[in-house]
Design a binder for this molecule. Structure first.
Ligand SMILES: [Zn+2]
Length: 247
C-alpha cells in the first residue's frame, strides 16, 4: 500500500510503510525524488499510476542520498526506462557502491533486543534492504535548478551521508528534506520534525549543522523521507528538530 497526496502544486508525496518518495509532475513527465526500498518497486509503480502516469514517463530520478531505502528502484529506472539518475557529487561513491556510508548490521544487531528494532529489521529484510542494487552510472548536479521536471534546486545538507542533498522547490513552495529531517519513523516514539536517530547518521553533528541550510528557505510545506509532510515554514520545522535534539 502507498499513500499518495499532492502537498504542493505538482508535488506528490508517496508514503509506503517505512519510507517516502516524491513525484514531481510537469506535463506528461515525472521526476522521481528517491525510489523507496528495492521491495517497494510495485508501490513506486502504483504511485505513478495514482498520478496518471506510467514508469515510461519518468524523465529523471534524483536522489537525496544513496541509502537502500531511497535508491531501491533507481537502477531499474535507469536501465529499463533510460532515466538519468542524479546525485550530489559527494554521494557518487555511495551510489555506485564504491564506498558505502550506512549503518552497519552490527550496529543494528546490537539494538535488536528492542522489540521495535526487531520488528523493523524483519520488515526491511522483507523489503530487500540488504539487496539494494547500486548504480552502474550516475550523473551529478551540474545546474541549479536541475533541468528536470519540477526544477528542484539542490540544497546540499551533508551529515546523514556526505553527499546528502535536500531540494527546494521555490515556485511550488515546498522543501523536500530527504533524511536531513524527518517527522516519523518506526524506531522513534515521538512524532514531529527531528533528525534521524544518531546511529543512522554518518556524521551526526554535521547533520545538526546542516539544518541551518534549510531554515532560511521559503516554503509552505516540508516533505521528509520518513513520516508525514509538515505544514509550515522550514524555519519552524528546523526549530522543532533542534528542540527535539536538545530535549
Ligand atoms: Zn538515509
Amino acid at each position: 500500500m502507498v499513500d499518495v497526496r499532492e502537498v504542493a502544486p505538482g508535488v506528490w508525496h508517496a508514503r509506503a510503510k517505512h519510507v517516502a518518495w516524491v513525484l514531481l509532475v510537469e506535463g506528461g513527465e515525472v521526476t522521481l525524488v528517491d525510489t523507496g526500498y528495492p521491495g517497494d518497486r510495485d508501490r513506486v509503480v502504483a504511485s505513478l499510476e495514482q498520478v496518471g502516469r506510467a514508469p515510461a514517463d519518468v524523465a529523471a530520478v534524483v536522489l537525496t542520498h544513496a541509502h537502500p531505502d531511497h535508491l531501491g528502484s533507481a537502477e531499474y529506472f535507469r536501465t529499463q526506462v533510460g532515466a538519468p539518475v542524479l546525485v550530489h557529487e559527494r554521494e557518487v561513491p555511495n551510489a555506485t557502491g564504491e564506498r558505502v556510508e550506512q549503518v552497519s548490521v552490527a550496529t543494528l544487531l546490537a539494538r535488536v533486543w528492542r522489540p521495535d528494532v526487531a520488528v523493523w529489521m524483519r520488515d526491511i529484510v522483507g523489503l530487500k534492504a540488504a539487496r539494494a542494487e547500486r548504480l552502474g552510472a550516475v550523473d551529478t548536479f551540474t545546474s541549479d535548478p536541475l533541468d528536470v521536471p519540477g526544477r528542484p534546486v539542490p540544497a546540499p545538507t551533508p551529515g546523514h551521508t556526505s553527499g546528502h542533498s535536500a531540494f527546494h522547490l521555490p515556485e511550488q513552495g515546498a522543501l523536500l528534506a530527504g533524511d536531513a529531517l524527518m517527522t516519523g519513523h518506526a524506531l522513534v516514539r515521538t512524532p514531529g520534525p527531528q533528525l534521524l536517530p544518531s546511529f543512522f547518521n554518518h556524521d551526526d553533528d554535521r547533520a545538526l549543522d546542516s539544518l541551518g541550510m534549510l531554515a532560511p528557505l521559503a516554503a509552505d510545506v516540508v516533505v521528509p523521507g520518513h513520516g508525514p509532510a509538515f505544514t509550515g515554514a522550514p524555519a519552524d520545522a528546523v526549530a522543532a528538530a533542534v528542540a527535539a535534539r536538545v530535549g
